[in-house]
Design a protein around this ligand. Structure first.
Ligand code: NAG
Ligand code: NAG
Ligand code: NAG
Ligand code: NAG
Ligand code: NAG
Ligand code: ZN
Ligand code: ZN
Length: 373
């Protein structure tokens, strides 16, 4: 345990020593994105060449697909470089991936699977140290009739959460980013969505160092072993409680407000990604429920900011409901409550009894250790 804590300490030091926040590409609305940002090549376009490949194929670039699946937890770390052979390991990784994303379990790179893989997504893995949070880790995963009818929210290993005496959390922005009040307001709205359904409160403060949650835009390698990858690809990542690190890829075309449907294909709605990452900061992992905020991918030019029943059920399992009221059922038009448990929780049901949990420092350190392996 001591060595885990040491890793945490080293990690924090490296963040402080090499922050490198940048001037991010943040646009007030979709029409202010310059056309030169409408490029044709993005982080995972290369996988297009692999379309249709299957077991036994040997194709240049398959090693990159393995690296991708390794990054998100589907292939364990390999002692040597990945080869370009479509082997058993790749097949089984694809089957798990397909299960998690509600795709047909074909075991090869069919069109739907390829399209899903190329979507921009969160940088946090779907499977952490072999523990899948999504469909593939659930006992009901194989019951297709129930795919969309049960909760699929998840937690990080050890269920880390902010401790009882820390319900009023503060957040601050990396000063070097020089964000406007309008941009900061996007995060304020995103925090409010989680505060509405929990006993947590979130307050903006000036001191970046002293804040519980530290928000910054970074480009490429920024000192935490999880480099960003330019336009599209991974969009952001955040660490489990009580770490509070919230990093966004400064190379994306972030849009602050308005309709994105006619925007260039690179346009990403800032609030949508912020709501998702705050879910991680509070202790939620990824969900296989497509409508949920905690689903790992987001299509560009799309706004998705309403917590789904699945998100609310998950967060209330960690913290309980908001004591000041009856949270309105979240976005029931897009995600009708579909199980008895979900209906109860969406009416502001009593907080569940929480399981016992480890000390936050140890949990965070273990988590970090698992994520950085
Ligand atoms: C988009 O933002 C630009 C720059 O701030 C502004 O001039 C323009 O009026 C805005 N357009 C819309 C549709 O809000
Ligand atoms: C592994 O990759 C590195 C860097 O790309 C390369 O220099 C090395 O030769 C590769 N090793 C093997 C065994 O393929
Ligand atoms: C799964 O396969 C069926 C039958 O081939 C097809 O109709 C359906 O669109 C596929 N679904 C997905 C998500 O690929
Ligand atoms: C799948 O789930 C449904 C609904 O709970 C249940 O009725 C059915 O028996 C399950 N099927 C299998 C194969 O487990
Ligand atoms: C972006 O580029 C694509 C293909 O080059 C083109 O079809 C589309 O109209 C462009 N969009 C904008 C908003 O410039
Ligand atoms: Zn995520
Ligand atoms: Zn980072």
């Amino acid at each position: 345990m001591k060595s885990f804590a040491m890793i945490l300490a080293l990690f924090s030091l490296s963040i402080l020593a090499h922050p490198h926040p940048i001037s991010a590409h943040i646009f007030p609305n979709a029409s202010s994105i310059p056309s030169w940002l409408n490029r044709t090549k993005y982080a995972w376009d290369q996988f297009q060449n692999l379309k249709g490949c299957r077991h036994g194929d040997h194709l240049t670039g398959l090693s990159n697909l393995k690296t991708y699946l390794n990054k998100f937890g589907y292939i364990p770390n390999s002692p040597s470089n990945f080869s370009d052979l479509f082997d058993n390991v790749l097949q089984s990784a694809l089957l798990t991936y397909q299960k998690n994303f509600n795709l047909n379990a074909t075991g090869f790179l069919d069109d739907q699977t390829l399209a899903q893989i190329q979507l921009p997504r969160c940088g946090i893995a779907d499977i952490i140290n072999g523990a899948s949070s999504m469909n593939s880790g659930s006992p009901v995963a194989h019951n297709a009739t129930r795919f969309h009818s049960v909760s699929h929210y998840s937690f990080f290993p050890g269920r880390p959460r902010w401790p009882d005496h820390r319900r009023d959390l503060t957040y601050a922005f990396a000063p070097e980013n020089g964000l406007t009040d309008e941009v900061k307001g996007v995060f304020t709205r995103a925090f409010a969505r989680w505060a509405a359904v929990t006993p947590l409160t979130f307050t903006a403060v000036e001191s970046f160092r002293a804040a519980d949650i530290r928000i910054g835009f970074y480009a490429g390698d920024h000192g935490d072993g999880e480099p960003f990858d330019g336009v599209l690809g991974t969009l952001a990542h955040a660490f489990s409680p009580p770490s509070g690190h919230f990093h966004l890829d400064g190379d994306e075309s972030w849009v602050v407000t308005g309709d994105l449907r006619s925007a260039p294909v690179t346009a990403i709605d800032l609030e949508s990604v912020a709501v998702h990452e705050i879910g991680h900061l509070l202790g939620l992992g990824h969900s296989s429920v497509e409508e949920s905020i905690m689903f790992p991918t987001i299509t560009s030019r799309t706004r998705k900011v309403d917590l789904a029943v699945d998100d609310v059920t998950g967060i209330q399992e960690l913290y309980g409901a908001n004591p000041n009221g009856n949270p309105s059922p979240p976005s029931s038009t897009t995600t009708p409550p579909s199980s008895v448990q979900e209906r109860d929780m969406s009416k502001g049901g009593a907080p569940k009894v929480l399981n016992s949990w480890w000390s936050p420092l140890v949990v965070a350190a273990v988590e970090l250790f698992l994520m950085r392996q």
